[in-house]
Design a binder for this molecule. Structure first.
Ligand SMILES: Cc1cc2nc3c(=O)[nH]c(=O)nc-3n(C[C@H](O)[C@H](O)[C@H](O)COP(=O)(O)O)c2cc1C
Length: 247
């Protein structure tokens, strides 16, 4: 291994090996009473909105043991549409906000100090009654807000995923807005931000099992293309991706 790689590894390991006592010696932006970051994104004014379902009468529940036992990364799928109810279910179990008050957000997944670093975007590829399109999930309203459904969107998504779309019915992009966590935990935030995405990925993988789908989680996407696709960049960026389709 060359010295450059050795140094990079050393630096990167530090991010998952922090000393919490250091927090006593600094003043965080929160302690300095700086302006609080926005807790979650809202739809762009005038964007097309899809209201999602909050009840799932056609989804037959399975036991947690069954879902964990059956979960295996799935990379080829039936050429079959998901229903809007199934899309709603995946987002509900993975990305919903249950309640919030200034500075704290409670979600279906745990989030460090309730700081909620995450946003969720979905690419609807094969969904009953809907055209292909890229959407932002509005966490507190359980709605989708259209970002892009222009010609070639499937190809652009596949390119961003480094060719790993593989005919999936739906793609989840989890992003991090690090400052939401840095505001409270400064330089200790980054391990927790990554873990939070992992929690979402696991809920997604298990929820996929319930609807007779399989998932594969992806880290080998192209950062630059994925961020560009979603119209984000330095202050918000993709951290984890999930591809889901019928078994
Ligand atoms: C953080 C993370 C990133 C991953 N990235 C990819 C990926 O980019 N492409 C892929 O095909 N699989 C990816 N996987 C799936 C793993 O390869 C898979 O989980 C592993 O081979 C074990 O197989 P299993 O999930 O069927 O148990 C990823 C898994 C994790 C946890």
């Amino acid at each position: 291994m060359n010295d450059y790689v050795k140094n990079e590894i050393k630096n990167n390991r530090r991010a998952i090996k922090e000393d919490w006592r250091e927090l006593k010696d600094i003043k965080t932006d929160r302690q300095l009473n700086m302006e609080r970051p926005v807790m979650f994104k809202q739809a762009k004014v005038g964007s097309k909105i899809i209201k999602l379902e909050k009840e799932f009468p056609n989804i037959k529940q399975k036991t947690l043991t069954e879902c964990i036992k059956n979960r295996k990364s799935l990379r080829s799928y039936k050429d079959q549409n998901l229903t809007l109810e199934e899309v709603s279910y995946l987002l509900w179990e993975t990305s919903r906000v249950d309640s919030y008050k200034p500075g704290v957000t409670f979600r279906s997944i745990p989030t460090a100090g309730a700081t909620n670093s995450m946003e969720t975007y979905v690419f609807l590829n094969k969904i009953e009654g809907l055209n292909k399109g890229l959407y932002l999930y509005i966490q507190d309203k359980h709605q989708l807000s259209l970002i892009d459904d222009t010609l070639g969107i499937e190809e652009r998504v596949n390119e961003a995923l480094y060719g790993q779309l593989r005919g999936a019915s739906i793609i989840f992009f989890f992003t991090a807005t690090p400052y939401r966590t840095e505001y409270k935990y400064a330089h200790l935030s980054h391990k927790m931000i990554a873990i939070e995405a992992g929690h979402a990925g696991q809920n997604l993988s298990l929820a996929a099992e319930v609807i007779n789908c399989g998932a594969v989680m992806l880290a080998a996407y192209i950062q630059e293309f994925s961020d560009k696709l979603l119209g984000i960049g330095d202050e918000e960026f993709v951290t984890y991706v999930g591809a889901i389709g019928k078994r």
